[in-house]
Write a protein that binds this ligand. Structure first.
Ligand SMILES: *Cc1c(COP(=O)(O)O)cnc(C)c1O
Length: 388
């Protein structure tokens, strides 16, 4: 057997083989899989902006005016207006002086982290950091250590051992993507100050969701004036695609110059940039979307807990059901689909060994009736798979 077949056989045997589910959008938060309409509890489109008439119209309009693609890096061909407008809108939304966009959140992380730190430096990252953060850390060439998830004592110990005064970066998600819990940002911030380290926050799942105005986890914890910059994505609650860093002018100018993944890749399409600007307008105009999201989140979380499922310490619209082994998680997800609900099984290496789970997400667009219907499906599935 060649190495390709060997690999595929191995992941199949470990119940870790990945396959893409092909779907087409249905009404509201429903999707059609193999021609069957099901309730999707799998999307990060928390505010329903991916298919909002205003974001779609903005994307269509910008595509007609400026073209289907951006042509090259903005440092080479110059920037089209939609990208400039999006960055201004982002900075306004975030309450920062400036913002810079990347072609994806993944690219933002692999570009920004190596711009911040290099060989000879020390990175301390939360164990459950997103893969793009880990890849950015590796690419930087800095010495790279992991601290236990959210464990301030462990991080303090690692920091206090580092007596050589070298450049140090603490790296964390704001909302953890596969657990839905929050990083202890105030404690991380004060540790960073104490030890002269820099704090790098990835707020992919906080943007549009957390905080009174939806500005993110940084707003949630009231730390907006304490941070020179932080990053997030345009691909989750903002419903489009791309990544961003928002912060003070000098930081943004620095990343514009020093991030290889900004310089050496083609800019996002004009349509996706214009969609972000439109999404931000909806978010700022309609706080009721966020209110609905949190009501739905409470209803689903209470319901799942009431059924007796083992949950993570989620504080967000990401509410994973902990299962344990990958085989049961796969069987759960497949059975759940039979009952009309789509939620993916998340298995290693995306999550640590023996912590396979069903990653359940809810949006502002689910109705209470749909959530109740989903809860019924979770209950049936839980019994049939002996998870309950
Ligand atoms: C999704 C995600 C990313 C990657 O963002 P994309 O825009 O999808 O490339 C980065 N960090 C975290 C925490 C994420 O959840």
């Amino acid at each position: 057997m060649g190495k390709v077949e060997e690999y595929l056989t191995k992941v199949e045997e470990q119940f870790r083989r990945r396959r893409i589910s092909v779907l087409s959008p249905g009404a509201g938060p429903t999707v059609e899989i193999s021609g069957k309409p099901v309730i999707s509890m799998a999307s990060n489109d928390y505010l329903g902006l991916m298919r909002h008439p205003e974001t779609i119209a903005a994307a269509v309009d910008a595509t007609q005016r400026f073209g289907a693609g951006a042509g090259a890096s903005r440092l080479v061909t110059g920037s089209l207006p939609p990208h400039m407008e999006m960055e201004q809108a982002l900075a306004r939304f975030k309450g920062t002086a400036a913002a810079l966009s990347f072609s994806s959140g993944y690219l933002a992380n692999v570009g920004i982290i190596p711009a911040l730190i290099g060989r000879g430096g020390l990175i301390l990252a939360d164990r459950l950091c997103h893969a793009s953060l880990i890849d950015g850390c590796r690419l930087s060439g800095a010495d790279f250590r992991i601290y236990r998830h959210g464990d301030i004592e462990h991080l303090t110990m690692l920091l206090s051992r580092n007596t050589s005064q070298r450049n140090t970066l603490i790296v964390t998600d704001g909302v953890f993507s596969m657990d839905g819990d929050l990083a202890p940002l105030p404690e991380l911030m004060s540790l960073a100050m104490t030890y002269g380290a820099e704090l790098y926050i990835d707020d992919a799942h906080g943007t549009g969701v957390m905080g009174t105005h939806g500005r993110g986890t940084v707003e949630h914890f009231g730390l907006e004036s304490a941070l020179p910059f932080h990053m997030g994505t345009l691909s989750k609650a903002l419903g489009s695609s791309g990544g961003y860093v928002a912060g003070q002018d000098s930081s943004i100018q620095y990343f514009l110059n020093a991030s290889r993944s900004f310089a050496f890749t083609t800019a996002p399409t004009p349509g996706s940039a214009a969609a972000v600007t439109a999404a931000l307008a909806v978010i700022m105009r309609e706080p009721e979307r966020r209110a609905r999201l949190w009501q739905n989140r409470a209803h689903l979380h209470d319901g799942l807990r009431g059924l007796g499922f083992r949950l993570t310490s989620s504080m967000s619209p990401i509410i994973p059901i902990l299962i344990g082994n990958a085989e049961t998680a796969l069987a759960f997800s497949a059975k759940l689909l039979d009952f009309g609900v789509f939620a993916p099984a998340i298995r290693p290496p995306t999550v640590p060994e023996s912590t396979s789970r069903i990653r359940v997400t809810v949006t502002s667009e689910h109705s209470i009736a749909q959530i109740d219907e989903a809860l019924h499906a979770f209950k049936q599935t839980g019994r049939m798979t002996r998870v309950l």
